[in-house]
Design a protein around this ligand. Structure first.
Ligand code: SOE
Length: 403
């Protein structure tokens, strides 16, 4: 292999990590930002290169490559994973193709980053874990993209729970509320069809809050009691290309919604803490309201994604007269990820979670260690989602989570 060029006094050029991405819609754009920015902000052991992006529509994928800064465009994911200028395959497609692409990319010798939820079923997720374990023996690594772990405030919350700052955990309360399905005329896009999305709000939003709650609490759920609902069962068929979440013109016909619109469940942690979860795309007025609160014996923590530079903390050991929730502005250099960004008080946003995700993955690959969350973590979340569906089908009967 050719040695990198080095001029006198200059730092040796870092070895590249050449990324190939499949998908270029909302998540593709978000991951592109992550890969484009990460090496310019963080001091990384390898230099991410946006080698090639892939999508089925040739004109649209070439436009996406230009817009997001990818060197090449492919229209067949098999061609993308066959390229020898790609080291890592980043999967940003709907859930129905995650397993096939990830297993093939690992077999082709690539590292893999896969958007959440890991798969559309427990069986697919199990196949992916098996493929990742085999690939790991050859030095390839696989990670699932639960980006909300990478909000500095949620990472700080996890740190504070682990440090014992709220003491023994009693309650975990999480909601993820959006409203983009309120209009019954919103068309039947792939996210509303089980064969493409696996489930509805449950897999799309519920997967995030299950992962985040477990990550911050530092333990995995033991069982759930659930109910799910589909409020609008018939919707207009889409007439054109889908852009992000936005509505597209309908062509006259209608089709059946085959996923849940909302999922509600209670759960138990092995420590004895109890939890509640709510995921919906019908919370009128709520756009991307992911809220998490933990109550411990000695204090509480609260986070709201719509104010993501803040973490609320109540220290229950303080004298009652002046105790109460106080706001930690999570912008200090010793807060997670923030040493590389702006001076204190200059906040971050949604897109930075994808930069942090890329940062953590590059370091793990360089050090040859399993990045987190692993495919096994993604499978465990998938098992929670399956238990929620099983419990809902059995009228909320308590359903232990398979291990
Ligand atoms: C749509 O509900 C969505 O784009 C999710 O699919 C993402 O995972 C979440 O980050 C924002 O909302």
């Amino acid at each position: 292999m050719a040695q990198p060029q080095q001029s006198e006094g200059a730092e040796p050029e870092k070895p590249p990590l050449r990324v190939g991405m499949v998908g270029y819609a909302f998540m593709g754009a978000a991951h592109s930002q992550g890969w484009r920015t990460v090496g310019r902000v963080f001091d990384l052991p390898r230099r991410p290169v946006l080698a090639a992006i892939c999508g089925r529509d040739g004109a649209a994928v070439r436009a996406a490559a230009d817009r997001h800064g990818w060197a090449a465009a492919e229209t067949d994911w098999r061609a993308l994973i066959a390229r020898d200028d790609v080291d890592l395959v980043d999967i940003c497609t709907p859930g129905d193709s995650h397993a096939e692409i990830a297993v093939a990319a690992l077999a082709a010798g690539k590292h893999v980053l896969c958007e959440k939820p890991l798969a559309n079923s427990v069986e697919e997720a199990e196949d992916m874990v098996r493929a990742a374990e085999t690939a790991q023996e050859r030095g390839q690594l696989a990670m699932v993209g639960f980006n909300y772990r990478r909000v500095p405030a949620t990472a700080l919350a996890r740190r504070m729970v682990a440090e014992g700052r709220i003491g023994r955990l009693r309650h975990v309360r999480v909601t993820y509320l959006q409203d983009w399905l309120v209009d019954p005329q919103f068309p039947l896009t792939w996210r509303l069809r089980r064969e493409h999305a696996g489930s509805g709000s449950l897999g799309d939003l519920g997967a995030h809050i299950v992962d985040l709650a477990q990550y911050v609490a530092g333990e995995q759920l033991a069982g759930v009691s659930a109910l799910t609902e589909t409020f609008v069962r018939e919707r207009p068929l889409p007439g054109g290309a889908v852009q992000g979440l936005s509505a597209v013109s309908a062509d006259g016909g209608t089709g059946r919604v085959t996923v849940d619109d909302a999922a509600l469940f209670t759960a138990r942690f092995p420590s004895g803490a109890i939890a509640s979860f709510e995921a919906t795309r019908y919370a009128t007025g709520r756009k991307n309201a992911l809220r998490l609160e933990l109550n411990g014996e000695n204090g509480s923590l609260a986070f709201d994604l719509e104010r993501l530079n803040e973490l609320s903390y109540h220290d229950g050991t303080e004298p009652g007269a002046h105790a109460g929730f106080r706001r930690i502005l999570v912008t200090e250099p010793d807060h997670p990820y923030l040493d590389a960004w702006w001076p204190p008080g200059h906040g971050l946003g949604y897109e930075h979670t994808f930069v942090h995700q890329a940062r953590d993955l590059v370091h793990a690959i360089h050090e040859g260690r399993q990045p987190e969350p692993s495919f096994a973590d993604g499978l465990q979340v998938q098992r929670v989602l399956a238990a929620v569906e099983e419990s809902a089908e059995k009228n909320s009967v308590y359903t232990p989570i398979a291990v």
